[in-house]
Design a protein around this ligand. Structure first.
Ligand code: NAD
Length: 311
């Protein structure tokens, strides 16, 4: 499919699995990520470059050395760390990504994938949220992602940059970073597997549009491989299912009948999730490049429970 992929944030939650998916197709992967993020990459051809996405000399050197024919840009500060340091978030997520896109354009590196987010929309929208719903995020993380979306589309329109972008909703993952606000469903399942009680940082009926990690990483490889002429939209929204905390408790108790828990009515996570939509309209992705989620809610819980038992 591709000869060499450069995956920034390649040692992260999504990055490691995207690399594995690409390697299964015969693509050689070069991960670019911060020093200290090293993890196991099983393919012996896998190269790791340790550095900061703000270091454009190193990035340029990486492109010259490895000559990628696809770039998957996942390196990013997430919502919590962005809010804690908005200036750094702008530098890492927005300014560096924009400089990086110009560099990839100059080096003609092929399709450039950017991981955007449902957090680019403002709160309290009506479901289903359409692709063209105005984006007025109230958080700096979402604002940095809007900035990159806009520059990516601009470079595509003006200079034929092959910009490809997906907006992900909440992603459930067995490898969710511990500090991620949206990691509580995986942590609840892990607690149940260990026979521990769990305090949900949300109330019973709170939930939002969600995808399972394996569908997310597959979608990234699929949109990169799609025929450019079939992509009629600049950016696509994805969605699989919505579940509430109460739905999750019932699903956990079907697998771990002794599981006990309590809920929190008043927390930053509750404020965030409660105001996010239940459904994003992903019909354009389905039509244009055949997007279809493979993990529904029950399949997700099964997979998370399996991973918890293996830990
Ligand atoms: N997980 C989700 O719910 C979700 C939802 C929507 C979008 N996304 C996006 O998907 C991408 C991957 O997210 P993830 O869940 O794998 O998060 P993650 O934190 O596991 O991965 C991000 C990676 O970026 C790296 N990174 C951070 N700052 C860097 C810097 N200055 N230079 C180089 N590398 C740096 C980190 O070390 C990490 O390995 C991100 O762009 C994120 O915004 C994730």
């Amino acid at each position: 499919m591709f000869k060499t992929a450069l995956v920034t944030g390649g040692n992260g939650n999504l990055g490691r699995l995207v690399a594995q998916n690409l390697e299964k197709t015969g693509t050689r992967v070069v991960s670019f990520d911060l020093s200290g993020s090293e993890g196991a990459h099983s393919d012996p051809r896998h190269a790791v470059v340790l550095g900061d996405i703000r270091d454009h000399t190193l990035l340029e050197q990486t492109i010259r050395t490895h000559k990628p024919d696809v770039v998957i840009h996942l390196a990013s500060m997430l919502s919590g760390s962005s809010e804690a340091n908005p200036s750094l978030a702008w530098e890492v997520n927005a300014s560096s990504s924009i400089r990086f896109m110009h560099m990839c354009l100059n080096h003609k590196t092929g399709p450039f994938f950017f991981a955007s987010t449902a957090a680019t929309y403002g709160p309290d929208l009506t479901s289903p949220v359409g692709l063209d719903t105005p984006q007025w995020p109230e958080n700096i993380y979402g604002a940095t992602k809007v900035a990159v979306e806009r520059m990516g589309v601009y470079l595509k329109l003006k200079q034929s940059f092959d910009f490809r972008c997906l907006r992900f909703p909440m992603v459930l993952s067995p490898f969710a970073p511990a500090g991620a606000m949206t990691a509580y469903p995986s942590h609840a399942i892990a607690a149940a597997a260990k026979g521990e009680s769990f305090v949900f940082p949300v109330s019973k009926n709170t939930g939002m549009s969600t995808l399972y990690l394996n569908d997310v990483t597959r979608s990234i490889v699929e949109i990169c491989a799609a025929d450019r002429s079939s992509l009629r939209k600049h950016i696509y929204n994805l969605h699989s299912y919505m579940f509430t905390a109460q739905d999750l408790v019932a699903a956990i108790q079907r697998r771990y009948p002794d599981f006990t828990c309590s809920f929190t009515e008043d927390s930053p996570t509750e404020d965030l999730i409660r105001r996010w939509p239940n459904i994003f309209d992903d019909s354009a992705a389905r039509q244009d490049w055949g997007w279809e989620p493979q993990y529904d809610f029950e399949a997700t819980v099964d997979s998370l429970a399996l991973h918890s038992n293996l830990k």
